[in-house]
Design a protein around this ligand. Structure first.
Ligand SMILES: [Zn+2]
Length: 192
C-alpha cells in the first residue's frame, strides 16, 4: 500500500507532528516548517512511527485528519499548521509569518526615473519605453495645414504654433494661382 500516516515524537514520546505521505516522506527532513526544524534541533533525535497504511491517498488524508484531531484532544502540542487532509482551507498563518512575507514583498521598490524632455517621473521600465528618445515632448507638436484650392495641404510639424502658422500663411499666399499638383510638390520641398 502506497500511502501512510505517520507521527513524529520526541525521544520521551510526545507526539509533535502528524503527517501523511508515501515513499520516504516520513523520514525526510526536507520541506519541514521552521517550527518543526526547531523542535528537532532541541532534541537528540526523534521517534518516527508509521501509524497506518492505505491504498488510496484519500483514505490516508482522512486518517491524517483523524489523527491530528485525536492527538490535539489528548493535549499534544502539534506543530501541524492545518487540520490535515488535502488543501489548506483552515491554514492560518501567524502574524510573525505575515510580517515576514510582507517584508519580502515590500522590500524592493522599482527605482523611479525622470524623463529629461517632459519631466515625467515613473518606473524605469515603462518610462524608458515611452519617454527619453521616444518622448512626445521631443516631437514638434504643431502642424502647418493650410487649405489651398479647397484641399488640405500638410506642411509638416513645427515646434511652436507661431512657426506653424507662419509657414502655413506664407505657403497660402505663394500658391494662390498654382495648380494643385504643383502645390503638393512645393509642400514636399517645404517639409524637407
Ligand atoms: Zn518624456
Amino acid at each position: 500500500m502506497k500511502y501512510y500516516t505517520y507521527t513524529h515524537a520526541t525521544p520521551s514520546g510526545d507526539v509533535f507532528y502528524v503527517g501523511k505521505g508515501s515513499g520516504h516522506r516520513a523520514y525526510s527532513t526536507k520541506t519541514r516548517p521552521l517550527a518543526w526544524r526547531q523542535k528537532v534541533a532541541e532534541h537528540d533525535g526523534i521517534t518516527i512511527k508509521i501509524v497506518s497504511r492505505f491504498a488510496l491517498e484519500a483514505d490516508a488524508f482522512s486518517h491524517e485528519m483523524a489523527l491530528i484531531e485525536m492527538h490535539r484532544e489528548a493535549g499534544a502540542a502539534l506543530l501541524n499548521l492545518t487540520s490535515g487532509g488535502r488543501g489548506v482551507l483552515d491554514y492560518c498563518q501567524t502574524e510573525e509569518l505575515r510580517a515576514y512575507k510582507r517584508d519580502l514583498m515590500t522590500g524592493y521598490k522599482h527605482p523611479k526615473i525622470t524623463c529629461p524632455h517632459c519631466g515625467f517621473v515613473g518606473g524605469a521600465t515603462s518610462t524608458k519605453r515611452w519617454h527619453f528618445d521616444r518622448c512626445k515632448g521631443l516631437r514638434p507638436a504643431f502642424k502647418a495645414r493650410p487649405t489651398v484650392h479647397g484641399a488640405r495641404i500638410y506642411l509638416g510639424k513645427y515646434a511652436t504654433k507661431e512657426e506653424a502658422d507662419r509657414v502655413s500663411e506664407q505657403f497660402k499666399g505663394r500658391v494662390a494661382h498654382m495648380p494643385l499638383d504643383a502645390v503638393y510638390r512645393e509642400a514636399l520641398e517645404v517639409r524637407q
